[in-house]
Design a protein around this ligand. Structure first.
Ligand code: ADP
Ligand code: ZN
Length: 438
C-alpha cells in the first residue's frame, strides 16, 4: 500500500536506487574536488592517493577515504576546513558541544540554498503546508536548529514565527495569538509546555496545534506517543548535526516510522565503532556521514558518534531514501541537556581553573518536571567555609558564570566541603545521570 502524500521534489525523493547512486557518485566527485581545496583534506586525501575528483571512479572508492572526527574539526579551527574564499562565505554556524576550541562550519550561498531545500523537503514530507503557522522554538544564533528550519519553513511558504527558545508563558500566548499549527521544539521542552498549559487561562482548546517537529535530543517512541496523546498532535522526529549542516539530515515522513535520510545529499554508513568495519542495513553501529552538498566546508566520512541503524530501502510513502532509526545512544560521554550538547570534559576544564575549587567534583543530571536539570557539585577548600556566607554565594555565582560561558546553559552549582563527595579508587565516576529511561 502506498500512502497518498505530498512531495517537495518527487523526482528526487522517489528516485530509483540506481539514480540515487548516480547522483551520489557525481556529487562525491564534486565534494572531493572541494575538499582538496582545504588544507586538512588535501593532506589526508593525498596520503591515500586521491589527488583529483577523477580518482573517485565508483562509490566504493569512498572506503579509501579515512574517517573524519570531531577532533580533526577542532584541530582545523578556524580555517583548515575552509574550501572557498572568505568573501564567498555567507554564514557561519558552530556546534553546541565544544571543548574549548569550537567546531566551525562555513556556508556559501549555494550551501545555504541546498540545505534550505532539504528542510523544505522534510517539512512537506510531514504533510505541513504553506497554510501552516510555524512557531520555531529552537534556539537561534550559532545553533543550526533555529535558522535551519526557519529558512526551510519560509521556502515552503509557511507563516514563520521566529520566537526562539525559552520563555514558556510567551510561547503559549504566542501560540494562541497567532493560532500556531506547527511547532519545532525539543521533546522535553514540549512536555514542559504541556505541563504549563492552563496556568494563565490558556488551555489546549484555545490553540490550533496540529503538528510538532521534535529533535535535537534522544527520545523514545513512548515519549512521542505521550506527546501526541497529551496534545492531540502528530509529532515527527528530526535528526541532524551542525557538522552535516544541522537539521534536515533525516526526518520522518507521514508514516512516522523512522526518518528518511536524504541520500542524494548525504552518504550514510554504519560502522563498528571499535574496528571501523562497515556494517549492513539493519545492523546497529556508529553513523558515519558524508556531506555531498556543502562546498565551503566539505566533510567526508564524519564519525557522528551516534548509534543507530538503517532500514533497507522502501516506505509506504513511496520515498526510496533509506530510513534511519532513532538514535540509540552515543559512543562517547556527551550529555544532551534540553537539546544542548555538553561534554563532561568541558565542565572539568572550567572548574579546575578556579583556584578555590579543590580536586573532587560530580556532575549530576536529573529531571525537574519535563526538563533536564544539570547540577555541578564541587568541593572547595575548607577554609572558605569559615568565611562569610556572602563570599560563598559570590563564589558559587562565579562558578555558574564560568560554566555558562563554556557550556552555554546555566547549571546549578553546589559547594561541598572536601571529602563529602564520593571518592573513587581507579576510574572516577564523575557523571551521575538519573534521568528516567523510558
Ligand atoms: P543541535 O543544535 O541540534 O543540538 P548539534 O550539532 O549541536 O546540533 O548536535 C547534534 C547531536 O544532537 C547529534 O549528533 C545527536 O547526538 C543529537 N541529536 C540531534 N537530533 C536528534 C534526534 N532527533 N534524536 C536523538 N539525538 C539527536
Ligand atoms: Zn516514508
Amino acid at each position: 500500500m502506498t500512502m497518498d502524500t505530498p512531495f517537495w521534489n518527487k523526482e528526487v525523493e522517489t528516485a530509483p536506487r540506481s539514480r540515487i547512486e548516480e547522483i551520489q557518485l557525481q556529487r562525491l566527485r564534486e565534494t572531493v574536488g572541494w575538499a582538496l581545496k582545504t588544507a586538512f583534506y588535501k593532506k589526508k586525501l593525498t596520503q591515500v592517493g586521491i589527488q583529483s575528483p577523477e580518482d573517485i571512479r565508483g562509490l566504493e572508492d569512498l572506503r579509501r577515504i579515512p574517517y573524519t572526527t570531531k577532533d580533526d574539526l577542532r584541530l582545523s579551527f578556524p580555517r583548515g576546513l575552509l574550501a572557498v574564499d572568505m568573501r564567498e562565505v555567507l554564514r557561519v554556524h558552530s556546534s553546541s558541544g565544544t571543548t574549548g576550541i569550537p567546531t566551525v562550519i562555513y556556508f556559501a550561498r549555494d550551501d545555504v540554498d541546498r540545505w534550505t531545500d532539504l528542510l523544505a523537503r522534510s517539512i512537506v514530507g510531514t504533510g505541513a503546508t504553506d497554510g501552516d503557522v510555524f512557531q520555531n522554538m529552537m534556539t537561534y544564533g550559532m545553533f543550526t536548529g533555529g535558522l535551519g528550519l526557519h529558512y526551510g519553513a519560509e521556502r515552503v511558504g509557511m507563516t514563520v514565527i521566529p520566537i526562539g527558545g525559552g520563555n514558556t508563558k510567551r510561547q503559549i500566548q504566542t501560540m494562541k495569538d497567532f493560532q500556531t499549527t506547527v511547532l519545532h521544539v525539543t521533546p522535553s521542552y514540549l512536555l514542559h509546555i504541556h505541563s504549563k498549559l492552563g496556568e494563565d487561562g490558556i488551555g489546549r482548546a484555545d490553540l490550533a496545534l496540529r503538528k510538532a517537529f521534535i529533535g535535537a535530543e534522544p527520545h523514545s517512541e513512548n515519549t512521542r506517543r505521550k506527546l501526541q496523546e497529551l496534545l492531540g498532535i502528530d509529532a515527527y522526529n528530526s535528526y541532524g548535526l551542525s557538522e552535516l549542516n544541522g537539521p534536515g539530515v533525516a526526518f520522518e515522513c507521514v508514516c512516522k516510522k523512522d526518518m528518511h535520510l536524504w541520500e542524494d545529499a548525504y552518504i550514510a554508513e554504519i560502522i563498528d565503532p571499535a574496528t571501523g568495519t562497515v556494517r549492513r542495513d539493519g545492523e546497529e553501529g556508529e553513523l558515519v556521514l558524508t556531506n555531498l552538498v556543502r562546498r565551503a566546508t566539505p566533510i567526508l566520512r564524519y564519525r557522528t558518534r551516534d548509534l543507530a541503524f538503517l532500514h533497507p530501502p522502501g516506505c509506504d510513502c513511496g520515498r526510496t531514501h533509506r530510513r534511519l532509526s532513532r538514535i540509540l545512544g552515543r559512543t562517547d560521554d556527551m550529555l544532551i541537556i534540553n537539546g544542548v550538547n555538553v561534554f563532561p570534559s568541558q565542565i572539568e576544564e572550567r572548574i579546575m581553573k578556579i583556584p578555590e575549587v579543590a580536586t573532587n567534583y560530580q556532575i549530576y543530571v536529573d529531571k525537574k518536571g519535563a526538563l533536564d536539570r544539570l547540577t555541578v557539585k564541587v568541593e572547595i577548600y575548607p577554609k572558605l567555609f569559615l568565611g562569610e556566607v556572602a563570599k560563598l554565594e559570590a563564589l558559587r555565582h562565579k562558578i555558574v558564570e564560568e560554566l555558562r560561558a563554556s557550556i552555554v546553559i546555566s547549571p546549578l552549582v553546589e559547594l561541598h566541603e572536601p571529602g563529602s563527595l564520593p571518592v573513587f579508587e581507579g576510574k572516577a565516576k564523575r557523571v551521575v545521570d538519573e534521568r528516567p529511561k523510558d
